[in-house]
Design a protein around this ligand. Structure first.
Ligand code: APR
Length: 177
């Protein structure tokens, strides 16, 4: 049974237990998916975020979801792409793993992610997709209580990159068997 899904859509419509926000270290909102999530959640989200004192790259902070149809928001600042020599790959993997750990601690069984860092932060999308898929799949292998993870892509190019990453990851696993 597939527990990692790639979809094309708007993460603010997701009814998963938690949605993950590609935030910045201030946690005070911004453009892209961060802006969309804050607009959909309403001003109470920013009020809660103001009290959190920011968040380091790769770490996460959770909030209520307010007007969003999910139960929790999990905010994680992804790495800004500096060419791949500033530990970006590890920090991006940390965003996915720490978000799943935080979601599970809140009792979440379903989580939706955007394509973290591949917009304003300019992380190459295929490289990011491979990191996201491998991090999520290794978490799911050791955490059967997490029922389903969805990566919600906002455009076709991103969607294709994540679908390719998932197919390659599944193929590599099959090869190992
Ligand atoms: N639903 C799902 N994905 C979305 C949505 C949405 N409503 N809106 C945008 N996206 C996608 C973008 O198309 C991109 O593929 O989210 C991905 C991440 O892009 P950004 O939102 O630019 O995030 P990121 O690259 O991590 O940069 C974070 O941008 O918005 C600011 O405050 C944010 O400073 C932080 C920086």
């Amino acid at each position: 049974m597939q527990r990692l899904h790639i979809t094309l859509g708007d993460i603010t419509h997701c009814t998963t237990d938690a949605i993950v926000n590609a935030a910045n270290t201030s946690l005070l909102g911004g453009g892209g998916v961060d802006g969309a999530i804050h607009r959909a959640a309403g001003p109470a989200l920013l009020e809660e975020c103001r009290k959190l004192g920011g968040c380091p790259t790769g770490q996460v902070k959770a909030t209520q979801a307010y007007r969003l149809p999910c139960r929790f928001g999990i905010h994680t600042p992804g790495p800004i792409w500096h060419g791949g020599t500033a530990n970006e790959d590890t920090l991006l993997s940390d965003c996915y793993r720490n978000s799943l750990i935080a979601a599970a601690a809140l009792g979440c069984r379903t989580v939706a992610f955007p394509s973290i860092s591949t917009g304003v932060y300019r992380f190459p999308v295929h490289r990011a997709a491979n990191i996201a898929v491998s991090t999520i799949r290794s978490y799911l292998r050791t955490h059967p209580e997490m029922q389903q993870v969805t990566i919600v892509c906002f455009d076709q190019t991103t969607f294709s990159a994540y679908q390719t990453a998932l197919s390659e990851s599944e193929y590599n696993d099959a090869e190992k068997r």
